[in-house]
Design a protein around this ligand. Structure first.
Ligand code: NI
Ligand code: MN
Length: 225
């Protein structure tokens, strides 16, 4: 199984018949040197919340690959009007898809969908737990530190993808506390250095996390998981 990081909150998980992208913010993502045509053919797209740096290029990619978009009901309503195939769910919901199970987790954040000068209701922001064949991966979305993360310790998470950039989400010190709450085997920092306001040093996060492995994936790189 392969995990690729395109900077910001963009990850691609590739397993046998499953290629899923999370929060596909490709165009305008200063951390991402790839373009839409570099993105492999997708089976699924997962959207954590409605902000532009997360919905990103969902519509274009979903149409290109006829991929199923998994998101909350409000974002789903907006996306299906764009002619995209969606599966909607909500926080706390756990569903079985052909590649494994997925659960939507809460996030402390906003989710409005901004299109030009119009804002559409994006429902509640969230994150996802992916229960794949051999790995359990948690993508936190954009969130502040929350007590809800203590519940995740019971999910036996192998890999936690956590924002560290601050300002809009947890900063490094709070992300360190999140690792203590979640107790994943491996933590991977995300949502940093794309904008001036979320500048953070992932090595500082790595140094501050005790007793848990931190893997920093360079923008554009893949790791085997
Ligand atoms: Ni956001
Ligand atoms: Mn964001």
């Amino acid at each position: 199984m392969k995990l690729t990081y395109y900077g910001h909150s963009v990850f691609i998980i590739e397993d046998n018949n499953f290629t899923g992208i999370i929060d596909p913010f490709i165009k305008g993502n200063s951390s991402c040197s790839q373009s839409i045509k570099d993105i492999p053919k997708l089976t699924h797209i997962f959207v954590t919340h409605g902000h532009g740096d997360h919905i990103g290029d969902t519509v274009e990619l979903a149409k290109r690959d006829d991929a199923l978009v998994v998101c909350n009901a409000e974002i789903g309503r907006y996306l299906s009007k764009q002619g995209v195939k969606v599966h909607t769910m909500h926080i706390g919901g756990r569903i079985k898809l052909d590649f494994g199970k997925i659960k939507m987790t809460p996030a402390l954040h906003g989710s409005g969908i901004q299109i030009g000068d119009k804002t559409y209701d994006g429902g509640n922001p969230g994150g996802f737990i992916f229960y794949l064949k051999n790995k359990i991966i948690y993508h936190a979305g954009d969130t502040g530190l929350s007590m809800e993360m203590k519940l995740l310790a019971e999910e036996n998470i192998d890999i936690a993808l956590l924002p560290i950039g601050g300002n809009y989400t947890m900063d490094i010190d709070d992300a360190v506390k999140a690792v203590e709450f979640i107790k994943p085997k491996i933590s991977i920092p995300m949502h940093y250095n794309t904008f001036e306001l979320i500048k953070a040093d992932p090595n500082e996060f790595k140094e501050k996390v005790k007793n848990t492995e931190v893997k920093i994936i360079n923008f554009g790189d893949s790791i085997e998981i």
